[in-house]
Ligand binder design. Structure first.
Ligand code: 13P
Length: 281
């Protein structure tokens, strides 16, 4: 098994009427935990990192680790740059061997979003990489620094956007948001259904943390083929680290390392289990 493009995994997901999990990582322990979970579940995954995370987790250090982990894995893994804002960072990621990029022009006016996405499409094509874009506005923000309001994707706009950009995957806004939801969200499945009717393109659900297993399954049945999970892994890692440091006896880095890996492993395993059993309940 190997480093593969995201498109290959999206195509497989479509054939199986399922969705592939895209798990955000920010350090060695997160990469190890996510890959081990995928291998133990014998399920392909996407390893991803968002541009906004790079001040904490520099691309020059993360990228070689993510790409190498994918190459050495016993399952297929795509390596993806999540929420790219600048062509420069997308270009760097591709040079490091990422097989997929996202151009997030969702805060831009429609025409500017299309223009930026087309520039990213040219870049992706040169590297044989997959391209994801976003239309509408997913709420919250990837690192919690701003609270973007939710603007649901307009299905008619999605049709035009997909025709003009021919992206491989489209992130939609259906009431989902990044970060922890104060209460479980009420996703706009009518909007998702309307988008699914006008296109065969794989759709992406951001803000996966806190969405219920039942809602994941409904979303998958309506055309979601990639599901992004970040906060739940960061939180699970932190909980395990706190538990370890609060436990009896001596503590050292190696024990802490194992606790962090376990935190991510548990969360990724739990989500893969839901995504692999995609029939609506
Ligand atoms: P969560 O942090 O809510 O899981 O969202 C992840 C995400 O959508 C990354 O792009």
């Amino acid at each position: 098994m190997a480093l593969v493009t995201m498109k290959e995994l999206l195509d497989q997901a479509k054939m199986k009427h399922g969705a592939v999990g895209a798990f955000s990582v920010g350090n060695l322990e997160m990469v190890k935990g996510a890959v081990k979970a995928a291998e133990d579940m014998n399920t392909p995954i996407i390893l991803q990192i968002a541009e906004v995370r790079l001040p904490h987790s520099p691309l020059a250090l993360m990228a070689p680790m993510m790409v190498e982990a994918a190459k050495k894995s016993s399952v297929d893994i795509a390596v993806h740059l999540d929420h790219g804002k600048t062509l420069d960072v997308l270009h760097q990621a591709l040079e490091y061997g990422f097989t997929s990029i996202m151009m997030d022009g969702s805060t831009l006016p429609f025409e500017e979003n299309i223009e930026k996405t087309l520039q990213a499409a040219d870049l992706a094509k040169k590297y044989g990489a997959t391209l994801e874009a976003e239309l509408g506005l997913v709420g919250g923000s990837e690192d919690g620094s701003v609270d973007e309001g939710i603007r649901c994707t307009n299905p008619e706009d999605a049709k035009v956007f997909l025709k003009r950009t021919e992206v491989d995957a489209l992130a939609v806004a259906i009431g989902n948001a990044h970060g922890n939801y104060p209460v479980a969200p009420r996703l706009a499945f009518d909007v998702l259904g309307a988008i699914g009717k006008i296109t065969d393109a794989p759709l992406v659900l951001h803000g996966g943390t806190g969405i219920t297993p039942e809602d994941f399954r409904i979303a998958i049945s309506l055309g979601i083929r990639k599901i992004n999970i970040a906060t739940a892994s960061f939180d699970s890692l932190t909980r395990e680290a706190i538990k370890y440091l609060g436990s009896e006896g001596k503590h050292d880095y190696f024990g802490l390392n194992e606790a962090m890996v376990k935190g991510v492993y548990d969360n990724v395993t739990q989500h893969i289990r839901i995504f692999n059993c995609a029939e609506p309940l």
